[in-house]
Design a protein around this ligand. Structure first.
Ligand SMILES: C[S@@+](CC[C@H](N)C(=O)[O-])C[C@H]1O[C@@H](n2cnc3c(N)ncnc32)[C@H](O)[C@@H]1O
Length: 423
């Protein structure tokens, strides 16, 4: 891991101390790249956040990344031949390979056959920081479209569960399609719900067997094996519920909608009442999730490819979508804080939570983490030990990490990890 962030430089002998480069030096760096087609307001925004504008010239050289489906290692040569390019092993992240930037992954047969996943290496690092192991109950609070949830499920193996939540139904439906494509849904359940208020407990296998044994329950009230071909009556009921939600009669948060569950996700055999059981704060400490990912919606300014789209969308759109949205009082920032708070509330004592965004701004990253730590005495920021050898830098507060396209050769990403202490 390198020891500085743009605009800030680490004092060499003390890993966690910083000094500011100074405005003038930063300006001169900016003057050098003044031939970039970036508007002045955006350059000012980058300066305020200590982000080197030249990262936005790096897209031509930033590689693409794929993750090989576990078990497909022996087919690597065949995949390379079909894609007509070399897949270079990423030596700091198991299972990941880099490809030349111009390769279209989605068009390849290997992708269509479910042998590779399209996922940036920085995103893979965020999942790695969670240290998922078999048996964990994992919550992904912003799950769609699902690149990270696929990796979680591959790491989980054949015990434990993953609960995916997303407020956008169409995006979560796409996530369900991906899980089915890679045959990964067995231990997963997906809810359309607001992650800032989602409150359902992980389903433990012992509670399922208890419920299966209950002789007094109405069998029709229990979840059977999931099928996309649901009876007409049930589809009508779901459509009605959706209509009510969209006309604001029922908030998404009040009624999480289960849109997928696998055979071993803990849902089959449960009654609807058992599924909708929420956890009190006391129960959470022992029955909460072992691992939580809050991969929050953000302004996406760490993604070079995303920022370049504003050339087509118009730079005025950038003002609204990026520059205004990163203010500390904006809806985007408040939503990120609420997601982090709720993710942490659902974490059991001793569990791990990773907060990540693909923004490089301080307001959406370090400021959020600092505010959150101030208000939660039981939250402790953790060193990301796995990062030894990762090509990232320290964030503006100790123990947080930043990936940026220039130095990491990945898409931009901020990562922070916290644990919950017993109180
Ligand atoms: C950065 S994307 C997540 C990417 C995902 N983790 C992956 O690896 O594919 C952020 C997601 O957060 C969702 N989102 C935004 N606000 C939310 C909320 N209040 N509750 C749950 N999901 C939310 C968006 O719909 C979007 O799909």
């Amino acid at each position: 891991m390198e020891g500085f962030v743009y605009g800030f430089q680490r004092v060499p002998e003390h890993c966690h101390r910083w000094r500011f480069f100074g405005k003038n030096l930063f300006r001169s760096v900016m003057d050098e790249i003044s031939n970039l087609p970036l508007p002045e307001a955006f350059l000012n925004f980058l300066e305020e956040n200590g982000i080197d504008p030249s990262i936005y010239t790096a897209s031509d050289s930033t590689p693409r990344y794929v993750r090989l489906k576990p078990g497909c290692e022996a087919e690597l040569e065949e995949i390379e031949a079909e894609m007509k390019c070399k897949l270079r092993k990423v030596d700091w992240l198991p299972g990941f390979y880099s490809l030349p930037p111009d390769i279209q992954i989605a068009n390849s047969k290997a992708y269509q056959d479910g042998k590779i996943y399209g996922i940036d290496a920085a995103s893979g690092a965020a999942v790695s920081a969670l240290k998922i192991s078999p048996g964990d109950h994992v919550l992904d609070l912003c799950a769609a479209p699902g690149a990270k949830i696929c990796m979680m499920l591959d790491l989980l193996g054949d015990s434990g569960s993953v609960t995916g939540v997303d407020v956008a139904r169409h995006r979560l439906a796409a996530c369900r399609t991906i899980l089915q494509k890679y045959s990964l849904g067995d231990r997963c359940r997906l809810f359309v719900a607001d992650g800032t208020t989602f409150s359902l407990a992980p389903v433990r296998v012992d509670s399922v067997s208890r419920s299966c044994e209950s002789a007094f329950e109405d069998k029709d009230d229990k979840f059977r094996e999931w099928t996309s071909r649901r009876p007409w009556k049930e589809r009508k009921r779901a459509a009605k519920a959706r209509e009510a939600k969209s006309s604001q009669l029922v908030a998404v948060s009040e009624n999480p909608e289960l849109i997928f569950y696998g055979q071993h996700s803990g849902v089959v055999g449960l009654s609807k009442n058992e599924l909708s059981k929420t956890m009190s704060d006391l129960e959470v400490s022992s029955c909460g999730y072992d691992k939580v990912l809050v991969d929050a919606e953000c302004t996406h300014d760490g993604s070079v490819r995303h920022i370049q789209k504003f050339e087509h969308w118009g730079w005025r759109t950038l003002q609204r979508r990026v520059l205004d949205a990163e203010r500390t009082d904006s809806l985007t920032v408040l939503q990120q804080l609420k997601l982090l708070r709720n993710g942490f509330r659902l974490l059991k004592v001793g569990g791990l939570l990773v907060y990540s965004t693909c923004s490089l701004t301080v307001a959406q990253n370090e400021d959020i983490v600092e505010r959150f730590l101030k208000e939660n005495a039981s939250a402790e920021l953790q060193e990301i030990d796995e990062a030894e050898g990762w090509p990232c830098k320290c964030g503006r507060i100790p123990k947080t990490l930043r990936f940026d396209p220039l130095t990491s050769q990945t898409s931009g990403l901020f990562v922070a990890k916290v644990t919950k202490l017993a109180t």
